[in-house]
Ligand binder design. Structure first.
Ligand SMILES: Nc1ncnc2c1ncn2[C@@H]1O[C@H](COP(=O)(O)OP(=O)(O)OP(=O)(O)O)[C@@H](O)[C@H]1O
Ligand SMILES: [Mg+2]
Length: 317
């Protein structure tokens, strides 16, 4: 059987409780003041004390993140608390440093993207004005190229910021019952131009009306997978989307992925050698999809044959 002393080397405090009394704790637990026979109320205090005490007394499992004042440390720490009623274990994970670091990183990302957006908007506005004044078709073509590059820069900045937030765990997802058809329609509408310009035939096979998920996450995953299927397909080919309670599948008959490129496609900014020639992109799409899947506890798999096609599957559970 696992003894609490076996847990002396881990960074979380593990406390064995009997009601509200400490039976024993590991080394980190003792550092926070969880000593034998002490009542929890004399170890720490916080705003959620009533909820914590209520749950422990009534034997309900809970997890929460909060700021706690530890009497022994005479200091406030940000911790995530988990209570396992069956074993009577309270696990205290100190996330103070992690939180500070994440805040600093987010602050940096937000400032950088803000500082980039301002001159970018100004440049876009000026290109727009120049285009209005310019009559020479050659110069107009150059201005349109500049405009496209600026649009791509904007996408990269926006996507990098979103990806960083997801990676830092700062995107607050909200689970709700989502109408699958609504999301599908929105994604198809957003990609309509791409789909029509390549004359792609999108086939839908949906066996579920509602899914419990985060609306924006589901939309982003589907949009990125479908965008790839369309971008890397031959004109007039077929793309199939299947949605069921268990999984989402996007299957195409496109260029496929070379064996030697398969292990890199989820990397940030990675773009396949043929993909580069076929369509514009930032190489962030699949990286975002991967991190969103990790956050939601989904599993993503793909099968692909070079020159024949690819299939991406997201398992919801
Ligand atoms: N359905 C697909 N068929 C063929 N290759 C694919 C497919 N999906 C992804 N890839 C390969 O994986 C690479 C990474 O995909 P990812 O979506 O991350 O970036 P991207 O599509 O190039 O750019 P964007 O950031 O605009 O999505 C692509 O450049 C391409 O080489
Ligand atoms: Mg993509």
């Amino acid at each position: 059987m696992l003894e609490i002393e076996d847990l002396n080397s881990i960074k979380e405090a593990v406390v064995k409780l009997n009601g509200l009394k400490v039976v024993t704790s590991n080394r980190v637990g003792k550092k926070y003041g969880f000593r034998e026979n002490k009542g929890l109320l004399s170890v720490f205090t916080c705003r959620e004390m009533e909820v914590i005490v209520g749950n422990i007394q009534e034997g309900r499992d809970f997890s929460l993140e909060t700021d706690i004042y530890f009497f022994e440390l005479q200091a406030k720490r940000t911790v995530s608390l988990h209570f396992h009623s069956k074993k009577g274990f309270l696990i205290v994970h100190d996330v103070t440093e992690e939180k500070k670091l994440n805040e600093a990183k987010l602050d940096f990302i937000t400032s950088v993207s803000h500082e980039l957006f301002t001159p970018l908007s100004a440049s876009k506005m000026n290109v727009y004005l120049l285009k209005d004044l310019e009559k020479d078709p050659e110069k107009l073509q150059i201005l349109e190229k500049i405009e496209r590059s600026l649009d791509r820069m904007e996408t990269v900045i926006r996507q990098s910021k979103f990806l960083a937030m997801v990676q830092l765990g700062l995107y607050d997802f909200k689970m709700e019952q989502v109408k699958v058809k609504e999301i599908l329609d929105k994604v198809l509408e957003d990609l309509r131009e791409k789909i029509d310009s390549r004359k792609i035939n999108v086939k839908l096979s949906v066996s579920v009306d509602m899914l419990e998920t985060d609306r924006f996450v589901f939309y982003t995953i589907l949009k990125n997978l479908l965008s790839n299927a369309v971008k890397y397909s031959y004109p007039e080919s077929e793309v199939e989307i299947f949605v069921s309670r268990e999984k989402l599948t996007v299957k195409d008959q496109g260029i496929g992925i070379k064996e030697e490129e398969k292990e890199r496609i989820f990397e940030r900014f990675y773009r396949g050698s043929e993909a580069l020639k076929m369509a514009p992109g930032s190489g962030l799409g699949l990286s975002i999809v991967k991190h969103l899947c990790e956050m939601m506890g989904y599993k993503i798999e793909f099968r692909s044959q070079w020159l024949l096609g690819s299939e991406f599957i997201v398992w919801f559970r």
